[in-house]
Write a protein that binds this ligand. Structure first.
Ligand code: NAG
Length: 645
């Protein structure tokens, strides 16, 4: 029984999961990434179902509706002035191109990293300085951005946000983009799909709100008790303002909803051209919810349904399914197998520093991900639907339409930061440090060679020459090739566990990689440069790393709710998957005077900013706003609802 043998090995390698107190290290270093596949989970008591939510917003989406977004609105609303900004909007970074016939890059006058840091600071100052101070400003800014009225109870939300000291009170564009396609689907249809998702064993966690209270949370089994409690806990202070509704949260780490590009475009077009303008035309919107709709569950149970529209493809390649929402003219939709990535859209200069993390994480621009990323090679779980279902997820791949929400994993501090175990910056080593396991995908028939964590560890420890920049007499920077040994001592990146693999692949990896003993959190704090790498989904260590006195690198395709509030190159430094910039980045931060200064500043600003914007209160405020918007979407009267002064 090969399948059972496999499962046995798999379970043994992976267990104990993140919840096991007996495995602190494991919890620390492979949080979300490791867990038993659902089919090995104990059955949930009787009511088979789970829940989910998902997330959404793909770049594709962005690309297609920026067209609409930029075009003059047809709404005859009063002109809304641009807010006053104290700083001019900075120029975007331009990618230096190699012209035809040119064989080497011209010298850089300023080090590209210094350039990236400077621009990030300017852009951040620009956004931060123009945040609304009053409810009236916030309402105006909302209408300017989204061409609609804020949702009912926006004043309650604003008071809540202000009383908690929220910093980025206007920056919620991802909520808008996540929910936009739903404006083109009838409220009744969205509610019906939520009910359908909860009525079958779909690996979802359901949460019902009735009369201003959470009347039921169910799904996910014992292993997800923490998630049920945290999800309800996160809304405790504002649930009284929410309408009666059924919410569907994803129990898998992997996203769940991906719809064909043509459908997505139609949905977005209908939303921006028709549904939203029609709603915005109403001059005195109703600031209250409609009575409870008929087609939601009774408040104390989920109605069972007989079939599911979710298809399960765990442990199979998923690229074809994942790219279906990409625009037909994007590289990911190439009809051949060898379309090049659009690297210029995110990678700067010869080393390829990541200057645009949105474009970097847009899978539509990078068909090579099919062969270099675990989720596309063979994810641990893949249980997807191709209709627009309302599923809330903690992180997602750009092409998916799951609705992102602040992760309860962070809210309950599954990976805590213990200040007393940390060291001062100067006491830390000058090393890039990472420990973890081979999550990210399931490995069979040698597939681990195509998965991102393995590639990351391999790139860092590679024996091939790499390039660095060298300062010239005239202070410009020119690249040169070096052997990897020169900066070897700046890197300490190793696996502590091999898992999610067939026996042959587990053995092959044991032989190929140097697998070291599991490490504790205090070991991480001994190093200046920590790396946060996606596992099966978002890694879950990011906040603890930011809060520490160390500097944080992030390698991520998975998108999370906090994207607009954290700034790459200011609060952390993004790295690519190919590794061409790793050596120079570490060399710059550890050997150059300007680099050393910048590194300590990034460590400090990341820490101070995380203390201000990643508190539990911040997650709650974001969730509150998301659920007001969602509440309006599922209200039969939604075109007439809104808040106005
Ligand atoms: C980053 O990339 C996204 C997606 O491709 C694009 O919409 C955005 O304008 C880019 N930002 C900058 C500053 O270039």
């Amino acid at each position: 029984m090969p399948a059972l043998v496999r499962s046995g090995i798999y379970c043994r390698t992976i267990a104990p999961g993140p919840d096991s107190p007996s495995n602190q290290l494991h919890t620390l270093f492979s949080p979300i990434a490791v867990r038993l596949p659902t089919r090995f989970m104990p059955p949930t008591n009787g009511m088979m179902r789970s829940h989910r939510l998902t997330v959404l917003l793909a770049i594709v989406l962005l690309a297609c509706f920026s067209l609409f977004y930029l075009r003059p609105s047809s709404i005859p609303a009063e002109p809304i002035p641009e807010p006053q900004a104290n700083q001019p909007a900075p120029e975007p970074i331009r990618h230096p191109q190699l012209h035809p016939g040119q064989t080497s890059y011209p010298p850089e006058k300023i080090h590209p990293i210094s350039n990236l840091i400077g621009t990030a600071q300017q852009q951040f100052d620009h956004v931060y300085s123009r945040q609304s101070k009053t409810l009236a400003d916030a309402v105006q800014e909302y209408k300017r951005r989204y061409k609609m009225h804020p949702p009912p109870h926006f004043d309650k939300w604003f008071q809540f946000a202000q009383s908690k000291g929220v910093q980025m009170i206007d920056e919620f564009d991802s909520v808008y983009h996540n929910l936009l396609p739903f404006w083109a689907v009838k409220p009744q249809t969205i509610r019906e799909r939520a009910r359908e998702a909860l009525g079958f064993d779909n690996a979802m966690l359901g949460l019902l709100i009735r009369d201003g209270k959470v009347s039921l949370t169910e799904g996910g089994g014992d292993g997800r008790k923490w998630q049920r409690e945290a999800t309800a806990g996160m809304m405790k202070d504002f649930v009284k303002y929410l309408p009666d509704m059924d919410l569907v949260f994803n129990v898998h780490d992997e996203p769940r909803v991906v719809i064909p590009g043509e459908d997505l475009q139609r949905l977005v077009r209908t939303a921006t051209d028709q549904a939203i303008p029609a709603s915005f035309q109403k001059n005195s919107p109703t600031n209250s919810w409609s009575p409870r709709a008929a087609n939601i569950n009774k408040g104390d149970r989920f109605d069972e349904v007989r079939t599911t529209r979710f298809n399960r493809f765990a442990h199979q390649p998923t690229w074809t399914n994942s790219r279906i929402s990409c625009p037909v003219d994007s590289p990911a939709r190439s009809l051949d197998e060898d379309a090049p990535d659009n690297e210029d859209s995110y990678a700067l200069g010869e080393m390829g520093f990541i200057y645009n993390t949105t474009a970097f994480s847009d899978i539509c621009l990078s068909p090579s991900l099919r062969y270099t990323y675990g989720f596309f090679d063979r994810p641990n779980a893949f249980d997807v639907v191709h209709d627009l279902f309302p599923v809330f997820s903690q992180s997602k791949i750009s092409s998916f339409q799951d609705i992102l929400y602040p992760s309860p994993w962070y809210w309950v501090q599954k990976v805590p930061y213990e200040k007393s175990k940390d060291y001062s910056w100067d006491a830390k080593t000058d090393r890039m440090y990472w420990r973890g396991s081979t999550t990210g995908g399931f490995s069979r028939a040698g597939g681990w060679r195509r998965q991102h964590r393995q590639q990351f560890v391999d790139n860092v420890n590679s024996l091939t020459p790499s390039k660095v920049l060298e300062r010239q007499q005239d202070n410009s920077w020119v690249s040169k090739e070096i052997t990897p040994d020169v900066y070897r001592d700046n890197f300490d990146v190793k696996f502590t566990m091999i898992g999610q693999c067939d026996p042959d692949d587990c053995h092959a990896q044991q032989e190929y990689f140097e697998v070291v003993k599991a490490a504790g959190q205090q070991d991480a704090w001994a190093h200046k440069y920590l790396v946060d790498v996606d596992g099966n989904a978002f890694s879950g260590r990011f906040y603890a790393f930011l809060l520490s006195n160390s500097f944080v690198y992030k390698i991520a395709l998975f998108r999370e709710w906090h994207e607009e509030w954290l700034k790459p190159w200011l609060h952390y430094v993004p790295l690519g998957l190919k590794g061409s910039e790793y050596t120079e980045t570490m060399r710059y931060f550890t050997k150059e005077e300007e680099g050393k200064k910048a590194a300590s500043q990034i460590a400090t600003s990341g820490q101070q900013w995380a203390q201000k914007v990643l508190r539990n209160e911040d997650l709650e405020v974001w969730f509150f706003r998301l659920l007001l918007e969602y509440g309006r979407l599922v209200d039969d009267n939604r075109e007439k609802l809104g808040f106005s002064l």
